[in-house]
Design a protein around this ligand. Structure first.
Ligand code: CA
Length: 230
């Protein structure tokens, strides 16, 4: 059972969500405005936030940014709810730190699957010493990487880059986030450097290089379900 904060101004949808979350054994907190949602999030520390993109007083993007910025709420997962045709905002949602998104109209079943997947992710945040996906295996302690059983020799930086992408699995990491996380904020390099290193990393990974997707104009992600690459 989880405490889920629903920030949604459409009354009907708010009620449907509350009803179904309760049916699934959760507790729902409801807010119809962004500021109201933020103050509830700070006070009640929900396990998850369902956040509508278009709210009467502020945008869901703004709300997400504030939630992810404040220490009290930065670890609370956020699922963005967007209307059809707001494609661009899906990617922006990830850039803002949202954990997932659903597009209206969505089925309750689909939404609950997302909710449970995101909640599960939060339960075991400890990365295993060895992590694998498909052909790829990363041995974190030994700093070694294997593709299809064959060791791939990576530089320390390439290894860090791969682990950062792997740990954010399915989430888009912007070039600037990668620069901060892998190179360090003070590094005197340009975002183009990220592209160069990603290119080299992909080449070294061979077939497993396909897992690293380019999200044009935004950044990169390690995709468990490969989508259209650009
Ligand atoms: Ca709305």
């Amino acid at each position: 059972m989880a405490l889920i904060l629903v920030i949604e101004d459409e009354q009907d949808l708010q009620q449907v969500l509350a009803y179904n979350l309760k049916q699934a054994g959760h507790e729902a907190l409801l807010a119809g405005r962004g500021d109201e949602g933020l103050s509830l999030a700070r006070k009640k520390r929900p396990d998850l936030v369902l956040l509508d993109l278009m709210l009467p007083d502020m945008s869901g993007k703004e709300v997400c940014k504030i939630l992810k910025r404040e220490p009290a709420t930065s670890r609370v997962p956020v699922i963005m709810v967007t209307a059809r045709g707001e494609e661009i905002d899906r990617v922006l949602g990830f850039e803002l730190g949202a954990d997932d998104y659903v597009v209206k109209p969505f089925s309750v079943r689909e939404l609950l699957l997302r909710v449970h997947a995101v909640l599960r992710r939060g339960e075991n945040p400890e990365p295993a010493a060895s992590s694998s996906f498909g052909l790829l295996r990363i041995d974190r302690d030994a700093h070694r990487v294997f593709v299809d059983g064959q060791e791939v020799l990576l530089t320390a930086l390439e290894f860090k880059l791969l682990v950062a992408l792997f740990d954010a699995k399915n989430r888009v990491l912007t070039r600037s986030v990668l620069l901060d996380g892998v190179w360090g904020i003070e590094a005197d390099i340009t975002t183009r450097t990220v592209d160069t290193h990603i290119k080299r990393l992909r080449q070294k990974l061979g077939k497993a290089g396909e897992y690293v997707e380019t999200i044009r104009g935004v950044g990169y992600r390690f995709a468990e379900t490969p989508g259209p690459t650009s």
